[in-house]
Design a protein around this ligand. Sequence first.
Ligand code: HEM
Length: 512
Amino acid sequence: SHLIKKNIARYPLPPGPPGFPIIGNALQMPLEKEWRVLADWAMKYGEIMHLSVLGQHVIVLSSADVITELLEKRSANYSDRPRFPMAGEMIGYSDYISITPYGMYHREGRKLMMNALAARKTTGISDLQESQALQLCRRLLDTPADFRSHIRWFVCSTAFEFIYGIHVDRFDDPIIQSVETVAEDFSRTVKPGAFFMDTFPFLKYVPDWFPGARFKTIVKECRERLVFARDTPYDSVNMRIKEGVATPCFAANLIENYPNPSPEEDHMHRCTATSFYISGADTTASAIGTFFLMMTLHQDVQRKAQAELDSVLEPGTLPKFNDRSKLPYIDALIQEIHRCGTVVPLALPHRTTQEDMYEGYRIPAGATVIANSWYYSLHSGLQERSNNSRAVLHDPLLYSEPETFNPERYLSKAADQYQNPDPRAFAFGYGRRTCPGRLLADDSMFITVATVLASFNITEAIGMDGIPIKPDANYLGGALSHPAPFECRITPRFPEVARLITTASATRDVIG
Ligand code: HEM
């Protein structure tokens, strides 16, 4: 093996944009919407590229083939995460599944999550999602203009109820606000290069009083918020178990199944519970946000989806999970939402454990490996440019006219099985790091999309001047991408909607 290693060392690194001595491509790395620039570079340098950022090897993968080969087939070597000195070690996120190094701790945490989610149909999670979707509609009925905070309420309260058995009625509940901030902190600080700290790890040793050391204060605040969000709800479940009044939930199950945890186990359980929230709420909210945005922009798609619902549902009823197999257009719509509004455009960075070879190129050990899953831009200007860039969900070879929002592309698949692959195969990441919450997120999307479209029309908001406002479909964000704030008009499809929602939720409450 020594010989093989020596031989690999002779092979070149993959091609990439020329950098400067020492800092490499650091100055060329955009701080916003990196996926667009990386997609442009990929057109020039190919599906596997090498960048050097302050001595760190970064390998960018931009096609389904190379991603499948490396991140999936060779996943044993591509499943570590880069270290984030600030976010990971100083704030403490490295104990949470999404960026914890590959190994036992990671495997155990994932297993706990996957087991809990595999049983979702029988343990009441699906029932919870159905009733939460009705609550969401009731809120949309009462205060439609606040739809963005209703979406956030929906994902947060569903997560809280499932993890801690705590019912949260209001979005401005202090505990929800605190975990929301933690999720934002995470997205901001985990983005590679977002913070100088993670680019210049030695700054970790700068004393607090040093001018410009404000990041130390930020780290301290982030850390305190994280500890609060991790322990407050978990402790309350512990308390309720002692008092004999706990309701079934993920945390209560853990506490009951492991009656005498070691301090390490207890810490791991707390972090795993919080991981559901940190990784699951913001992501799902972004995808639901894209749903509202796309419905505002594409009335024809909305009409078709509603026509399908009307043809399948008994009059006077709202959708349930049982209806899903009869709603192929709704499923195609969800696929197109994942493609166009890619929530995690660059997945999360992976890291190689050992040196590797691919098509004559050397991939160093410890390299950061980024998969460019992104597709999307409705931006004028970028629309032309986007034809020249390359990334999986945006690859014209896979999805013809990738700029067009068109759910039908998935329905005519029989014509060519290699065209229009299900975007969920990319949108949830890759290999042994693929999103463990995928099916839960997919259920949330289905029940929200179906219930909202059965009940409401979503159209452009009307400005003060009486003219409809067309949202400009811009995306913002750190590691996660969100539709920029926009307005839309949400009106009941027919007069009995209010009664329908009330009756359906009342039936649910009785069953629950
Ligand atoms: C639309 C919703 C969602 C999207 C688009 C999404 C996407 C992703 C992506 C792209 C990754 C990175 C995979 C990789 O590194 O290759 C990921 C990781 C992860 N997601 Fe999700 N996710 C969503 C919802 C959820 C939900 C609901 C949960 C919780 C139940 C969740 C929990 C996680 C966790 C724990 C990880 C880290 C996995 C690991 O590092 O092993 N996600 N997700």
